[in-house]
Write a protein that binds this ligand. Structure first.
Ligand SMILES: NC(=O)c1ccc[n+]([C@@H]2O[C@H](COP(=O)([O-])OP(=O)(O)OC[C@H]3O[C@@H](n4cnc5c(N)ncnc54)[C@H](OP(=O)(O)O)[C@@H]3O)[C@@H](O)[C@H]2O)c1
Length: 286
């Protein structure tokens, strides 16, 4: 532990929260963790709290990295974390929760007079493990300054985006691009196989200006049917639904995102929800 550095409570030690907590502790910050399934938290070798409230008590920063908005809300309210926080502590909300939940959560922080930082992240399991996430940070400057050592520990890049909510809006735009790209890639690989085109040749052909490094990363997983999870398909559908919810509120026409969400739903209905999101491949292939 480094003197003068903030102490951090990490609530949620799943695929992302676990390695983030390890990196925060590795940077010398006093770190304690809580997770609904306690064993996952224990596997990290860090101090484990028995409840969200116990973790939040006395921490300078409470970092939430949970599946979705309702989980964050219940951990912070029913779990007692918000009540237990010091008045000058910062709530660093990094889960992807969308616009409506961000408004709800920041409203809860405001009622409790706690500084709220909205900071979803870009990057998946491997960048989380390497401390190379991109942090889309928004909120009051003073609170962002307090969180800076955490951003440094978990990320390669932090982008400051003004008032809380700016991070979430950019995250939605990024996810629109990325998840539609993934759906399109899945369909193209499956189509290649249908046409008797070797899918490796397709990836080779687009390895240049017409392609994307993302296709080179996720395409081979589809070809090998290796869907070991970096980001669960069911959470990727949650992200697309947040995009569509925001589109609805802001009168944006998003036909591609809508069709992509249908493919994600189809693959989940076939039983692939806990596999990597590249298993959206099964929406187009047997
Ligand atoms: N994986 C990625 O590539 C990635 C990238 C960027 C952003 N994200 C976002 O990061 C967040 C976490 O994702 P992840 O990939 O780490 O998912 P994950 O491995 O499935 O972890 C989800 C976490 O939420 C907890 N949780 C779920 N429902 C809960 C509830 N009702 N009450 C209390 N805890 C609950 C889980 O606890 P249990 O362990 O008990 O189930 C676990 O700690 C999500 O918002 C996701 O969209 C993920």
């Amino acid at each position: 532990m480094s003197p003068g550095q903030p102490s951090v409570a990490v609530l949620g030690t799943g695929i992302m929260g676990g390695p983030m907590a390890k990196n925060i502790a590795g940077a010398g910050l006093d770190t304690r963790v809580w997770n609904r399934t306690r064993e996952k938290a224990e596997a990290l070798g860090l101090p484990v709290a028995g409840s969200p409230a116990e973790a939040a008590d006395g921490a300078d920063i409470v970092l939430t990295m949970l599946a979705e908005g309702n989980a964050v809300e219940s951990v912070m309210t029913e779990g007692g974390a918000l009540e237990a926080m010091r008045d000058d502590a910062v709530w660093l909300q990094a889960s992807t929760v969308g616009i409506a939940a961000t408004e709800r959560l920041s409203g809860l922080a405001e009622e409790r007079r706690i500084a709220y930082v909205d900071a979803p992240v870009l990057g998946t399991k491997a960048p989380a493990e390497k401390g190379e996430l991109t942090i889309l940070a928004s909120g009051p400057d003073a609170a962002l300054d307090i969180c800076e050592p955490v951003f440094d520990a978990i990320g390669a890049k932090t982008v400051r985006l003004g008032e809380a909510g700016g991070g979430t809006r950019l995250k939605l735009v990024t996810n629109t691009w990325l998840l539609s790209l993934l759906g399109d890639l899945a369909e193209s690989v499956a189509f290649a196989e249908r046409l008797g085109v070797e899918p490796e040749r397709f990836l080779e052909a687009i390895d240049g200006p017409t392609g994307s490094p993302y296709a080179q990363m996720k395409g081979p997983m589809m070809i090998k049917r290796d869907f070991s999870t970096s980001f669960p398909l069911k959470l990727a559908l949650k992200d697309l639904e947040l995009v569509l919810e925001a589109a609805d509120r802001h009168d944006a026409r998003m036909p591609v995102a809508g069709a992509t969400a249908e493919s994600f739903r189809r693959a989940i209905d076939q039983g692939h929800g806990d596999e990597d999101m590249s298993a959206v491949f099964y929406a187009s292939a047997e």
